[in-house]
Design a protein around this ligand. Structure first.
Ligand SMILES: Cc1cc2nc3c(=O)[nH]c(=O)nc-3n(C[C@H](O)[C@H](O)[C@H](O)COP(=O)(O)OP(=O)(O)OC[C@H]3O[C@@H](n4cnc5c(N)ncnc54)[C@H](O)[C@@H]3O)c2cc1C
Ligand code: SF4
Length: 329
């Protein structure tokens, strides 16, 4: 498959990249590792006038450990993140999530953490060649005003499929978004819009430059669970992350997230509320499963290779396993 035509820019400074983005806004897309974007271009899902590669911008790669935060620059390759001593020491859950992504040789060395977080949400009716899509008709993402997966839906229900998404959310991470006018730090809880056609609260003139993870105030116990058709080269069908602090026999802190169910990850706040402050007990995992099942039932639509019912059911299973492991039940 050949690429469509576009202008290509490879600035060496963030300022030059921001100037280009400011001029071209939505007609220019940021190219990081390209492992998602290039496939989408080849499928003619996008037709940007220009690509702005951020690969030559040196201060967009690397990892810094400050006294209270781990700062991962957006252009850092997944392999570099997973092998960094500070990440391994403080956040082995992130290492596990990265290790489950695609294939080592392509996704881990070329793919970046910023690209993983900003992955275009996926759908069975969308991530296909132009030839395939011609047989099905158009939807919100391809110029029509309906959804092929959920007739009458006012927005796109495609799936937030990044492996690091629920993990970074469970770790209370935030992102730095930079434009020519300045920068802002946005907690990940406010980053996802829930709309498949414009999934992130990032302005057209902004670039994501950093992912900031606060260092835990106490040792954390954690779990990352993921369902895939194969153990490699497959996007998650459902994933779940749990991060807990256990202290004096009680659950001091818990963040429980399921993802790959709809356009945005879902924080299971009801489960967190019930579990926090109590002694870990096996029934907590069952309650988390019930709550996850209900939450997934409200967002999963028939747009993946597996049926909606199966994905909903497995959201419950992933949440149960995540809580069991994180609470050491
Ligand atoms: C066969 C195959 C299997 C895969 N399996 C998985 C998997 O199991 N799990 C998974 O999570 N992913 C998977 N991927 C997707 C992809 O490889 C990874 O998510 C990777 O981390 C994407 O990073 P990238 O740097 O290549 O992103 P790119 O393709 O360069 O960009 C992805 C999107 O993010 C935007 N973007 C990138 N960086 C920035 C930035 N700094 N600021 C603003 N916007 C930005 C781009 O404009 C684009 O829309 C797979 C891909 C393929 C082809
Ligand atoms: S969820 Fe609906 S609107 Fe979104 S890509 Fe799929 S078919 Fe299109």
């Amino acid at each position: 498959m050949r690429l469509p035509q576009f202008e290509y820019f490879a600035p060496v400074s963030l300022e030059d990249a921001l100037k280009l983005k400011d001029q071209m806004r939505t007609s220019a897309w940021i190219l990081a590792g390209g492992t998602d974007l290039v496939v989408n271009l080849k499928h003619r899902l996008l037709a940007p006038a220009a690509l702005i590669s951020i690969r030559n911008i040196r201060n967009l790669t690397g990892i810094d450990l400050t006294p209270d935060t781990l700062v991962i620059r957006a252009g850092t390759a997944l392999a570099q993140v997973a092998s960094h001593p500070a990440v391994k020491e403080h956040f082995p859950i992130l290492v596990k999530a990265i290790n489950s992504i695609g294939a080592m040789a392509i996704q881990h060395f070329r793919g970046t953490i910023g690209g993983n977080l900003c992955l275009t949400p996926r759908c069975l009716f969308y991530n296909q060649s132009l030839f395939w899509r011609k047989g099905k008709g158009s939807c919100h993402r391809t110029g029509a005003k309906d959804c092929l997966a959920l007739k009458g839906s006012e927005s796109c229900q495609s799936i937030c499929s990044g492996d690091t998404v629920p993990v970074l959310l469970a770790l209370s991470a935030s992102v730095r978004l930079v434009g020519l006018g300045g920068s802002r730090v946005v907690p990940l809880t406010e980053f996802f819009s829930g709309l498949g056609e414009s999934p992130y609260h990032i302005l057209p003139e902004e670039i994501l430059t950093e992912i900031r993870i606060p260092l835990p105030w106490a040792p954390i116990s954690w779990s990352y669970q993921r369902l895939g058709m194969r153990s490699a080269v497959d996007f998650p069908l459902v994933n779940a992350a749990a991060v807990a602090v256990l202290d004096k026999g009680k659950v001091e802190h818990l963040r429980l997230v399921i993802s790959a169910v709809g356009p945005a990850p879902v924080i299971l706040r009801e489960a967190e509320k019930e579990i926090k402050g109590a002694q870990p007990e096996p029934r907590m995992a069952d309650r988390a499963a019930e709550i996850a099942l209900r939450a997934a039932g409200g967002v999963v639509v028939e747009n993946a290779i597996q049926s909606r019912d199966y994905r909903v059911k497995m959201a419950g299973v992933m949440a149960r396993r995540a809580v069991k492991e994180a609470l050491r039940l």
